[in-house]
Design a protein around this ligand. Structure first.
Ligand code: ADP
Ligand code: MG
Ligand code: ZN
Length: 491
């Protein structure tokens, strides 16, 4: 590598914010509504709009959800944590401060294993804490509107150590975390609704350097795509700076979606800018160890364990096991299908889900639980294909109908005219027809070219539009050929 083009390696730490799926808000009794569809300011009260003289109350369910995540991330739970005021002014923050956890977060020092090109990698989690979301601003030509429905919605913040050394690792970490939140059923993870947002901290350094470089913090990334694009851009920008001998300035930048570039927003704020102090209106949050144990015991089987179990118990490939366990709903579908048809090979069911069904879901941009096909119907279809009641292509056509319209596989096999032809007379007639239509091939066969039998089989199958019972065709064709042979020999 020449002096003029040094290569730099990125170091990334992610802060992930996830809205929790509680029924009510973090500090008041207002319902948590879908802030992309609900009537603006229809789920607000004096607490979440910051009226003077009101008092917040901690939502116990939000704490339980946070505990689930923290425990699944192998964190240490603080027996006592403290809410603090993070002071800053913005119109979407009516109190003039956000209630968050600062010095004493609910949980710290955990880890999450991710997949990388070089194999599994353990990413350390620095902290997990609870806070509240802000309202939403809508800017128009010469005025702005504020919707406080989202104000006070429980937010979980999960902060990683700077352990991610490639954009692909950041992507893998972010998707693994989203999958975890959905497995734990604490967040919808709906990216399109902004339920999960990222802040990406990134610096670059020369390979082999121990010390971390100066970082920038990219705010408001609300899709995986925006996160990866922004990181790529920022890594390139920092590398160019250093290559020219200019230092990287520690600052906060925003991702400009239309320009596909990061823009400097302000010099990096420090803790003292926020004048953090303990929230005087809330007591310290004390979590009973017995409660923590109960939550721990109630954690579901998570993706990594499921994946290992699928490989072991069902002899699935690591790839199939990974595909089936990435989303809780997919794993649940697979398990329900197995339960419906325990005698069918798990690998066959796995294939139909990750192959045909995934491609249908992709086409229609749907999640598995939005499909009309039930796990039992899919399992039944796989069994019918395996038993030769319908061929693989027919099975695919049936699955497409099941997926879009529901019903039973047998109904669609019937309606689409796909049932297998097992009538001996019908197949015998087709065999005769094929032999008559192909005298040259027949002659070659009789002269000793046995491989032609396979070709003839294909012709008969084609004459049935692929619906003939292969076993029966093979048998009747062999019989017909044997008869011809005798006939020839007898001549
Ligand atoms: P704050 O954003 O409040 O300054 P922290 O200092 O705790 O918070 O860091 C936030 C995130 O930045 C963490 O995810 C951490 O891993 C990451 N980080 C810290 N230093 C660096 C660095 N030099 N390069 C990349 N990421 C970093
Ligand atoms: Mg930060
Ligand atoms: Zn409220």
């Amino acid at each position: 590598m020449s002096e003029s083009s040094p290569v730099f390696e990125p170091v990334i730490g992610l802060e992930v914010h996830a809205e929790l799926l509680t029924r009510s808000k973090m500090f008041c009794g207002c319902r948590v509504v879908d802030s992309t569809t609900a009537e603006p300011n229809s789920a607000v009260c004096e607490i979440c709009t910051g009226m003077p003289g009101t008092l917040p109350v901690i939502n116990q369910r939000a704490v339980e959800f946070a505990l689930r995540v923290a425990l699944a991330l192998h964190c240490e739970i603080a027996p006592t944590s403290v809410f603090a005021r993070k002071n800053y002014f913005y119109p979407d923050l009516p109190k003039g401060y956000q209630i968050s956890q600062y010095e004493l977060p609910l949980a710290r020092d955990g880890w999450l294993d991710i997949d990388t090109e070089a194999g599994p990698k353990r990413i350390r989690i620095r902290r997990v804490h609870l806070e509240e979301d802000t309202g939403k601003l809508f800017h128009h030509a010469d005025y702005s509107l504020i919707d406080y429905n989202r104000s006070g919605v429980p937010l979980l913040e999960i902060v990683s150590e700077p352990d991610l050394y490639a954009v692909s690792e950041a992507y893998s970490y972010a998707t693994a975390l989203r999958s975890l939140l959905r497995y734990l059923q604490v967040s919808s993870g709906d990216m399109e609704k902004g339920v999960i947002r990222f802040e990406a901290n990134v610096s670059v350094r020369r390979p082999g350097d121990e010390a971390l470089g100066t970082r920038t913090e990219i705010k408001n990334l609300n899709s995986f795509r925006a996160m990866t694009r922004a990181l790529e851009y920022e890594i390139e920008r920092q590398s160019e700076h250093l290559a020219r001998g200019e230092p990287v300035v520690q600052e906060t930048v925003g991702w400009d979606e239309t320009r596909q570039a990061t823009v400097s927003q302000r010099s990096k704020e420090t803790a003292s800018d926020y004048r953090y102090f303990p929230e005087p209106d809330l007591p310290p949050l004390v979590v009973d160890p017995a409660w923590v144990s109960t939550v721990q015991a109630g954690l579901p089987e998570l993706a990594p364990e499921k994946r290992a179990r699928y490989q072991e118990q069902y002899e699935l490939t690591p790839y199939a096991a990974a595909l089936l366990t990435a989303e809780r709903a997919v794993a649940a579908f697979f398990e329900a299908a197995l339960a419906a048809k325990p005698e069918t090979e798990p690998a066959a069911i796995a294939n139909w889900i990750t192959g045909e069904l995934f491609s249908l879901l992709n086409q229609d941009d749907l999640e598995i639980d939005q499909s009309q096909v039930t796990p039992a119907a899919l399992a039944r279809l796989v069994a019918l294909v395996e038993a030769g009641q319908v061929n693989a292509n027919g099975g695919k056509a049936v699955l497409a109908e099941l997926h879009r319209q529901g019903d039973q596989p047998e109904t669609w096999i019937e309606r689409l005219g796909l049932s297998q032809i097992r009538d001996e007379r019908e197949i015998e007639a087709l065999v005769e027809q094929v032999l008559e239509e192909n005298p040259d091939q027949l002659e070659a066969y009789l002269a000793g070219k046995e491989a032609i039998q396979h070709w003839l089989f294909g012709q008969v199958m084609r004459a049935t539009s692929g619906r003939g019972d292969p076993q029966l065709i093979r048998q009747l064709l062999a019989a017909a050929l044997a008869a011809k042979q005798e006939h020839t020999a007898g001549e």
